[in-house]
Design a protein around this ligand. Structure first.
Ligand code: SF4
Length: 395
């Protein structure tokens, strides 16, 4: 997949947003004396068929294709590498013109479904203690186009990408999109919102809102705004601790948003959308899985319309948390369900061996580095499992 001429005078079509893209094309085509219906054709090619090369739009006259190529940029990010996991998870590395790198992941799910995990920032200033992106420190916000290209071509390959096999690929109901990659989506609100509007719009990608999930560490104001503007899009809250002191230790941002304030915001989101919020709970054995932790989590869940998703910690180089065993997760799930009678699920880990699982994304550049990192963390993990419980930061 090659980037077209990166001449800065070109307009980035993916960055314009739903309304402006259509208007810009209409005006430009009018200026060239081209019939307006061509505008819809172009949008269909780009956003529904995933054709990010004007030369391949064979339903357009050749002259128009070359005019479009000289006026518009279609690749806000370059594909810069791809890793494939033993479980068929694919991690895509992207590179921006300024040298920033970012990753997205395509995860195979049951019944042929796939989940595309999207990034919104090149690093993260929030510094959660268990997260590889947080260890990179602050990055920059991705533009709307840089977010969208991850959804249009989730993996490098030919026209339409390797996971697409129909003319109307983006309306393919087997694809779900989660904003759980690098960065805190709500800190890049405007570009996130612009990308979601394009994804959801009928003239653009036609992705049903319920196939999109946005996950946040919990920024109350943005959560309420988001629920108001996108009531059908699913919202997930990274809770990870049910008590303020521990939450502050794990997630420094919690110092600004005490749990009572966060729960109030969740209530408001429930009221606005009439939908359940997913409480994500990263299980860190010996840190947040005690009897009292679980009792407190159950108490919070009873106060909300929600479901709980337990996520086993995925090892990150340089961190000393322990990955829970599957029986530990099952036991926790059952105990929690017993206490709160709310739906409790366990997220299947995917892409561990390519550092593509939850919390592991950090813009690593080479498959060799993934493999070496995976071997190191697996060895350390095996040693820990033999030697008993792992260590983590003190409470
Ligand atoms: S978990 Fe999310 S919010 Fe926390 S450091 Fe990682 S990317 Fe940032």
């Amino acid at each position: 997949m090659k980037k077209q001429d990166s001449n800065k005078s070109k307009v980035s079509l993916l960055d314009l947003g739903a309304n402006k893209a259509a208007a810009h094309l209409t005006e430009q085509l009018g200026h060239w004396g081209v019939k307006p219906f061509r505008g819809k054709q172009i949008l269909r090619q780009v956003f529904q068929r995933g054709t990010l090369d004007f030369a391949l739009m064979t339903d357009l006259p050749i002259e128009l294709r070359s005019r479009l190529a000289s006026a518009y940029e279609l690749y806000p990010l370059l594909t810069a590498g791809k890793s494939v996991s033993r479980d068929r998870t694919i991690k895509q590395l992207w590179r921006a013109d300024d040298g920033s790198v970012v990753e997205s992941v395509v995860i195979p799910m049951q019944r042929g479904h796939r989940t595309v995990c999207l990034s919104t920032q090149t690093g993260c200033a929030l510094g959660c203690s268990f997260c590889a992106t947080g260890r990179l420190g602050a990055g920059r916000n991705l533009s709307a186009g840089e977010i969208l290209v991850q959804t249009i071509h989730p993996v490098s390959g030919g026209q339409g990408g390797e996971i697409r096999d129909s003319d109307n690929a983006n309306s393919d109901r087997s694809l779900n999109y989660v904003f759980m990659g690098m960065g805190e989506p709500m800190l890049n609100y405007e570009n996130l919102a612009s990308a979601i509007r394009v994804m959801n719009h009928n003239d653009f990608m036609q992705v049903g809102a319920r196939r999109i999930t946005v996950s946040t560490v919990g920024l109350p104001e943005q959560m309420v705004r988001f629920s108001t503007e996108f009531p059908q899009v699913k919202l997930a809250l990274s809770l990870h601790a049910a008590e303020d002191k521990l939450r502050r230790n794990l997630m420094p941002v919690a110092a600004k948003t005490p749990l009572p304030e966060l729960i109030k915001a969740c209530h408001e989101c429930n009221r606005i959308t009439g939908r359940r919020i997913t409480l994500e709970y990263l299980v860190l054995p010996g840190i947040n899985d005690s009897e009292s932790d679980i009792t407190a989590l159950a108490r919070i869940s009873k106060r909300l319309s929600c479901k709980i998703n337990l996520i086993g910690y995925n090892p990150v180089d340089g961190l000393t948390f322990r990955k829970p065993t599957h029986p530990e997760l099952i036991q926790l799930r059952d105990k929690l369900f017993e206490l709160c009678k709310t739906a409790v699920t366990i997220r299947d880990p995917h892409g561990n061996d390519i550092a593509g699982a939850c919390g592991q994304l950090a813009g690593v550049r080479t498959p060799g580095a993934h493999a070496r990192r995976a071997v190191r963390t697996e060895k350390r993990e095996a040693g820990r499992q033999r030697g008993g419980k792992g260590r983590g930061p003190a409470r």
